[in-house]
Design a protein around this ligand. Sequence first.
Ligand SMILES: [Fe+2]
Length: 361
Amino acid sequence: MELPVIELEPFLKWRIAQSCKSELPTSFQCNFCNGHLENGDVGKEDGGLDESDSLLRESCARVAACLRETGALVIRDPRCSTDDNDRFLDMLERYFGQTSDLKRKEERPELHYQIMPENARPVMPTGPDRKWRYMWRIGPRPAETRFQELNANPVIPEGFPEWVDVMDGWGHKMIAAVEVVAEMAALGFGLSRTAFTSLMKQGPHLLAPTGSDLSKYADLGNVFAGYHYDLNFLTIHGRSRFPGLFIWLKDGRKVPVRVPEGCLLLQVGKQLEWLTGGECAAGMHEVVSDGTMKAVEASKKAGRSLWRVSSTMFAHIASDAILKPLGHFVDAPASTNYCPIYAGEYVEVELSAINLKNSKR
Ligand SMILES: [Fe+2]
């Protein structure tokens, strides 16, 4: 399914003209504004669109509508180039392509959230997911928090001198894209521009690439990520080199997602559902080997890696912020299902429920 592509450029230009302040850890050389972006550099805390900004209002409304109706969104952010995505995918293909023994040396079984092969997780009833996952923190964590465990230190694999640079470089660009989408969505929903982003400050944002070995698991029916929703606020992915992602629309249809070159895909997570009183539901999705054989054959011929890397990033609401329906969403029909809860507590409850935290290994 081709979701419509929302161009972020006009809103970004408006943001620069308004000197809007960034709340999130955006720190990178920006090819769009020809400068080095630092969060909190300059600018206003809040401020919305004028009546005269009808085109921008319309694109904010489209962002909100798409998230509400499909649980997903495809965007083009001129700051996130195909080259950046390729640099990230190239490094991760090399990382996942190492032997299992080498990768396992760096596992941290005490942290359910760090390097861990998914085949150790009792998540899906149909069998283990065929993927490896690595987690890298993006942005600062709070000095004091009730939820320390979510904020563990990262592992840097041996033999990758460029690791920090590439992970932070791509991660900061992805979170910058999420920030703009979150602002546009807030305006589109009739909330203040920073209604969501002000709650994301120092959140446990995680760049969490997954790798699936298509030299072993390309045939039909292999599950790389079983049917699930995401428990964070918004998930963003760069374009993968192999197909496989399917989403469920609000009307129950299951559709394959195709992300055009140079675009990014976002998916609604449970925390956004909470903040909108259920109006914007977390999208169910799965990643399976369906239609991957052709892409695998092409990669084989070209001598390219057969690891399917997904450059997934989970953007979170800050652990110590309260999740509850915002503004007019208090009056949403299902809002009473979303009682106030610390975001960190909600995540812990979810992880316990799916038995990640206490799984025996
Ligand atoms: Fe997911």
